[in-house]
Design a protein around this ligand. Sequence first.
Ligand SMILES: *[C@@H]1O[C@H](CO)[C@@H](O)[C@H](O)[C@H]1NC(C)=O
Ligand SMILES: *[C@@H]1O[C@H](CO)[C@@H](O)[C@H](O)[C@H]1NC(C)=O
Length: 917
Amino acid sequence: MAYRMPTSTLLLQVFVLVFAARCAYSWRREEFRNCNQTPFCKRARGLKPEETSYEASEVVLVDGHLQGKLFPLSIQEGDPSSPLSMHVFFYSDHIIRLKINELNDPSDGTKRKRFEVPYVIEDSLDEKRLWIQKLVEENGASVVTLASNLKVFLQHKPFQIRIQDGEKCLLSFNSNGLFNFEQLREKKEGDEWEESFRTHTDSRPYGPQSISFDVTFHGAEHVYGIPEHATNLALRPTRGPEITSEPYRLFNLDVFEYIEDSPFGLYGSIPFMLSHSAVRSTGFFWLNSAEMLIDILAPGWEGDDSNKKQELNESDHIDTQWISESGIIDVFFFVGPRPKDLLRQYTTVTGLPVMPQLFATAYHQSRWNYKDEADVYNVDDGFDDNDIPYDVLWLDIEHTDGKRYFTFDHSLFPNPKEMQEKLASKGRHMVTIVDPHIKRDDGFFLHKEATSKGYYVKDIHGRDFDGWCWPGSSSYLDMLNPEIRKWWAEKFSYTNYAGSTPSLYIWNDMNEPSVFNGPEATMPRDCVHHGGIEHRDVHNAYGYYFHMATADGLLQRSGGKDRPFVLSRAFFAGTQKVGAVWTGDNTAEWDHLQVSVPMVLSLGITGLSFIGADVGGFFGNPDPELLTRWYQLAAYYPFFRAHAHLDTKRREPWLFGEPYTSYIRDAIRERYALLPYFYTLFREASMTGVPIMRPLWMEFPDEEMTYTLDRECMVGSSLLVNGVYTQGAHTESVYLPGGLWYELKTGKMFSGGDYFKIPVAMDTIPVFQRGGTIIPRRERPRRSSTQMVNDPYTLLIAVNGTHEAEGELYMDDGNTFDFAEGAFIHRKFIFSQGCLTSVAINSQKSRKKFISSSMIERIVILGLELPITTHATVEPHNRRVELEVGPSLLRSGMQSNAYIIRKPNVLVSEDWLIRVL
Ligand SMILES: *[C@@H]1O[C@H](CO)[C@@H](O)[C@H](O)[C@H]1NC(C)=O
Ligand SMILES: *[C@@H]1O[C@H](CO)[C@@H](O)[C@H](O)[C@H]1NC(C)=O
């Protein structure tokens, strides 16, 4: 939740509401810094190409990697002229890593070391190191050959790195000469390092230490990624002829009522950019957790050297400038060649997404706040009375005793265990909020312990930093310190967290961290962490460390048995290893519904696939139409949760009456029907890094029409979803890529490769199944996902032009880690030449087994033209089963005919074959 100014009188409240609705953003905008108010950003943007050239020398091969020094060629005023150290490492899958830091003379133990971000890079990366044996000098460059055509050129003077595929350059570093590295130095008389912004002064005891450089994506048509921003998927230029925009900012902030089209930084940061064209996809990642600003330079920007580009025979390229306040250069280049390869390469470095529990992939009901136990029971009953499934009920900050986390307000929640157990008896779970600000109350055990152990982040004077947040005066645990994370994790044991039970999971909000009275509503940059690290260095990773410690706590409380579930608002590269994230405090407006799609997509393509936006919008009151449209779209978000601000009207799914209750019920039930498909996609993400919700170009990389689409998206490789983003819409214009598509509502077939005007009514949004795919579904309505585990499956087959299709189904016990020892079922279904076969994807012998008695109860085939037949045969045993032709029963309105095989009664876990011809 974002901080909203406390309003004491009704008049003031009305004023604030009216005012907020009209121009809240411009009103708050000045509370956030822009580039001109950020001296290091302004300095970097003002650099002229080649102004600060460096020369690489002493480049040698050491232990299979390149090592050298960078000497400044021109010395900027006041800058010490010491050389920098440079290392280039190579890994399998053609991953290239460049590290540049100040030279640390080992004899000088007093020299301050620049911050390197821990706990992001996978330990296993080291095992993937390639030991380069051969270094060739060629035209003033050191050249390493990675594959027959793939070469890395380290040009010496001026220093520059180019990664080439044959003659074609893929990626380059410093080819525009914008590289600059401000080194730490002793403060001298007259040095004024303090900086002020509004009422805050940053003491900056170590002076200017920013870094900037340029990266060029050669051959690229578009660049994507670097979340979190509420804006288009395909990133727009921020600098160039007639373009004056703020750079994309990466600085984790609790932004009050963010607007839907802005490069300003929001709650989390992933400094990973992807480029794509029909020819090639490439990626670039900078591991740095200080404030970062990224400019996308339009052709003709002040340093654009078109002659040079012509020499390289480049029609397309995208120049970018990367600027950070501090830290080091630790960057990774990924060469694709296709979008999904980039995800594999990026997650090789930063880790694969964690496999969630099954319940967490279902529908979550939240609000600030479910007031008391009676309210909880009423909402829980409301779902049952209205035949709407849900899995998790959430309690926001008001459930605590005066915003002391790990406590319950005993007048409102006298029996928290009994409450959780009652919901658990229906297979449901609960979530409570636990934020990182700790109430400074001497009677509060957490504060007492944290104070006596010295576990808080310190202010510039060495005192426990004291900031204002929900509980009032608060301090913040130093989550950079592993000892403190361990201590924090122990707080989640059932004995330490009184009132918690095994069905209770956790939500980490406000972990940017949000500090209401801090600069830009966060922690001052000169606060001090473990090891003397300044907050400015670690800021963007703070929320990640907090999230990590909480998830460890849930893991430990179950003795390592259950998969944790922790939702976080702040995030960083690596968060995918920990848990889910949502897009923060959005607003009940149509534009916010629409921007949720590019926001979720941008996070997905940067590795964080367990992501969703608050259904209905956090601020404001959605009308029933907007709320219905939101549910219909959100049913396809990987993370599906409704949430609302304290001041909003109640909006549980049945409160708007018919026909809306039915529409919303249908949307939520559709998610439940698709849970087997979603769970299979979560498995895929956890093995490959490929996100659940994907841009169309990830599935259709050759189709240029898809490169800028972000009103529609793919869910897995089989479903295309297009939300309805306008009030009273009667049609939606939907682009369908080449191939056959089947509209799920009508069963109607489309031959893609064009835009289609799709009629829409209030009952659904346009959703298409791709020809050539098989989707496993579970059609029996239940109260919760955990009550579906033995239910039979329906296979929905949509054939392609050659009457073929394929699909997968992954199942495991839904909550433990036994799958890692082979306790899962993973099937592949293949439909070809009128035959559907089921084969195991992983048939290796495993230590543990997962057993399921679930059957296939129905098979529906769309798009098949068959001679009239009345039965199918099932093998083994050559059993005859009925085959019907008729409207599919999946949706009442389906018009087109489908072939339906009822009760083939084959086990999902076994090999079998069904012949329809
Ligand atoms: C660019 O194209 C020209 C003519 O097609 C060719 O002669 C030249 O070698 C090319 N340059 C590079 C760097 O590939
Ligand atoms: C149809 O799908 C099959 C299996 O996925 C594939 O091998 C085949 O090439 C596809 N045919 C067409 C026309 O797309």
